[in-house]
Design a protein around this ligand. Structure first.
Ligand SMILES: O=P(O)(O)OC[C@H]1O[C@H](OP(=O)(O)OP(=O)(O)O)[C@H](O)[C@@H]1O
Ligand SMILES: O=c1[nH]c(=O)c2nc[nH]c2[nH]1
Ligand SMILES: [Mg+2]
Length: 166
C-alpha cells in the first residue's frame, strides 16, 4: 500500500499517554492467559514508557526490550532488530506481552512477530494498515495522521487569537 502523507497531527500529552497506557493494561488483564503474563517485552524506544506503565499496573516484574529501528524522523527505512531480548526467557513468546506505543504500517511488528510468534502484541495507538498485526490496542487514528508523543514535544508560547494576523 502506498504511504499517505501525514495531513493531520494527533498530539498526545504525558497525562493522556498515562491514561491510555493504563486503559491498555486493564484490557490486557482481561486477556491474560490462565497462568498470567510471564513477562513484558518493550519495543524500544517508543514502547518503553507504555510498557513500564503496563508492567506496573499488572505487577509484571520481568521486563525486557527488543530494539527495532525503522524510522528516521518521518521517513521509513527497512526495519531491523538491533538488540534482541533474552530469547531463552522469551521462547516462542507464549505468555509474553509485547508493548509498543503505536503500530503504523505494521512492518516493525512483522519483524517482532517473526522472532516471537506466540507473543501477545499490544499497542496504545493503531493506524488501519498495521491494525491486523495487533492483538490489543486502545485508540485508532487514520493512516494520514502523525502521532506526536510527549517526549518529542515541548511547551511553547502561542500568539493570542486576536493578534494572529498582526
Ligand atoms: O508500524 P510501523 O510502520 O513499523 O511503525 C511503528 C514503529 O515506528 C516507531 O518507532 P521508530 O522506529 O521510529 O523508533 P523509536 O520507537 O525509537 O522512536 C513507533 O514507535 C513504532 O515502533
Ligand atoms: O512518533 C511517531 N508518530 C507516528 O505517527 C509514527 N508512525 C510511525 N512511527 C511514528 N512515530
Ligand atoms: Mg518504536
Amino acid at each position: 500500500m502506498d504511504r499517505l502523507p501525514h495531513e493531520k497531527g494527533f498530539h498526545v500529552s504525558w497525562d493522556q499517554l498515562h491514561r491510555d497506557a493504563r486503559a491498555l493494561a486493564w484490557r490486557l488483564q482481561d486477556a491474560r492467559p490462565e497462568a498470567g503474563w510471564r513477562a513484558v517485552v518493550a519495543i524500544t524506544r517508543g514502547g518503553m514508557a507504555p510498557a513500564m506503565i503496563v508492567a506496573r499496573e499488572l505487577d509484571i516484574r520481568t521486563v525486557d526490550t527488543i530494539s527495532v529501528k525503522s524510522y528516521n524522523h518521518q521517513t521509513q527505512a527497512e526495519p531491523r532488530i538491533i538488540k534482541s531480548p533474552d530469547m531463552e526467557m522469551v521462547g516462542d513468546g507464549s505468555g509474553v506481552l509485547v508493548v509498543d506505543d503505536l503500530v503504523d504500517t505494521g512492518r516493525t511488528l512483522e519483524v517482532v512477530k517473526a522472532a516471537m510468534p506466540k507473543a501477545h502484541i499490544a499497542t496504545v495507538y493503531a493506524k488501519p494498515q498495521g491494525r491486523p498485526q495487533v492483538d490489543t490496542f486502545i485508540t485508532e487514528v487514520s493512516q494520514d495522521t502523525w502521532i506526536f508523543f510527549p517526549w518529542d514535544m515541548a511547551l511553547q508560547y502561542v500568539k493570542p487569537y486576536h493578534g494572529a494576523d498582526d
